[in-house]
Design a binder for this molecule. Sequence first.
Ligand code: ADP
Ligand code: MG
Length: 681
Amino acid sequence: MTEGKKRKFKAETEKVLNILTHSLYADREIFLRELLSNASDALDKLRFLQSRGETVRDAGEPLEIRISVDKIAGVLQIKDSGVGMTAAELADNLGTIAKSGSEDFVRDLESAAAEKTGGTQTPADPPRATEDAGATENTDADPDTPQAPSDGAQIIGRFGIGFYSVFMVAESVEVVSVPAQGGEGPHLWNSDGRGGYSIRALEGEDAAPYKRGTVIRAKIKAEDKEFLEKYRLESVIRKHSNFLPFPIFLEDSPVNTTPALWREPKFSVSKDQYADFYKQLTFDTIDPLDVIHFSADAPIQFNALVFIPAVEQDPFTGLRERRGLDLYARRVLIKRSDSGLVPDYLAFLRGVVDAEDLPLNISRESLQENALLRAVSGTITRRVLDYLEKTAASDKEKYEKFWALHGKYLRFACNDYANRERAAALLRFASSASAGALTGLDEYLGRMKEGQKEIWHLAAPSPQAAEVNPYMERFRRKGIEVLYLFDAVDEFALGGLGEYKGHPFKSVELADGKTLEAVPDVGEATPPAEALNEDEKSGLDKLIGLMRSVLGAGVRDIRLSDRPTGSPAVLAAPEGMTSSMDKLMRAMQKSEETTPRVLELNPDHPLIRSLLRIYLKNPDDPLIPEAVLNLFDNVRLRDGALNDPEIAADRGLKFLEKAVSLYSDPHGRCYGASPYSDPRG
Ligand code: ADP
Ligand code: MG
């Protein structure tokens, strides 16, 4: 046996190794992911050579990965039949820290250290005498802020460290590799991950057991013995490496049996396969509503399998951490439920995205910064919108099912400036014109009246409530369609959108008389009320004065409405806000208080006219204040602003009692009969 040549790691490699082995790295288990992805890459390369018809060594060897454990020796072995490495490649590839990020890595590490010590590292820094200097050089500068472990770990998380991660759990590592081409025999690389490494050729007996590919033997540290347990290894493989394209055997039993469905051609995947995959992925028991399966080439190549669940999730209380798509880089899991991959308004989606050219060890922070991933997210968003548009156009029933389940998410699309108009077109509403069916904004625009600019809406708790809303009367008269919003959040969402195709959204509560004048009346116009004479006009002014004193601080003011509605009085919308928005704001501020609002009277309404007649006869008639209080109760009740219902109910009952008694009083004028019973009405 020839002695291996001792070699030093390259300088930066050594630093990284020290930090790796000395800092507590939270996700030690990922070392297995790294080794398995390397094995899978090597197998990929081999398959590529074969596909080009090149001759490779041991051509009959199956393409697979085998993991075995020697508990007595404390060794974990991972073997692949991939391309292998020559002696030179062993030195090159395993002697430098993952090329992907080594330089940046060290630069960051040093500048982090420099920042903390308040300057760049100069020769004046304490000399690093020991081998472990790399790990301690950062801590000794400032005892209050120990940095090497935390900064080190953070930076490690940010760059690919690949093969070296094995030293988080191994005290020494042997790699034997036989290259697929070039005729070189097996070489043994070994290292304790500290001083350096050696490489020597294996000959004779020693070389005999090795075929094409690479075997890695890691002597597991005493404190990491868990990685010699089959169940532990199996769970790590399933978690991170379940979809690698080559079979992985653990002690001769296959582990990764589920195919990476997203890589299969669409036509070859059955509905059941999609459903099974979805259930495995989400632990859902119900088949998904649909699946969008696609691949894209720009800006990076990726495959995606995006499911639309058939179960409803609450956007506010739903399991936030489970929202988003699982991100893979070449079938290796990078991050589960990555919510950054889809915008909030598509957060109901579940599924998998598998990108070709992402660094494996991309971390949480860098995911957010990663422009590539943002672009991936943009592509996914567009594809999902494409799908929804197509479904809305071709399969109304399915789309409405979708809408019922996930429509409440889509309302938040106003934040996505690039796609807000497309998303807005996908919104659905109940409306005054669609007789219970849902309508989209384009349909609404198609039904707009000559002279109408706004898209009108009304927040109401139910269709019935919307129909009897006092503001609706004018819109009915003009034949203008009004969208009904049954959830107060909708008003904010439409407010966020501002407009659709140039037509502003506006609440019917905020409509002034002038805006609607442009639209002519349709159908039977209500006959105009008789004009008031001068006496009546000044009487009305005084009546309003009386009402002010009756309602006191309950109202900010009382005035005649310039936008008469079907009811005797309404509460004017508080400063540009609709009453439902006001309610929502109060709920959010947990405030019971209602700010006093302006009461608008409709001088043409029969009730107001009756009160006026009574007032003109006797301004002190006690019926007036009682009627005014009851009217105010009624207005507040409709508005949802009645915060003393017991008092109001009591007042109403007494009033009712008196009203009914009017017709049952034997001395009264209409004993035993009310105006309702009068056949002349
Ligand atoms: P990366 O995978 O990002 O290149 P690694 O540190 O994981 O970084 O691996 C460094 C290099 O070592 C790989 O690019 C590859 O060339 C080589 N390598 C590692 N493991 C194997 C293996 N099992 N078979 C063949 N080559 C390997
Ligand atoms: Mg790697």
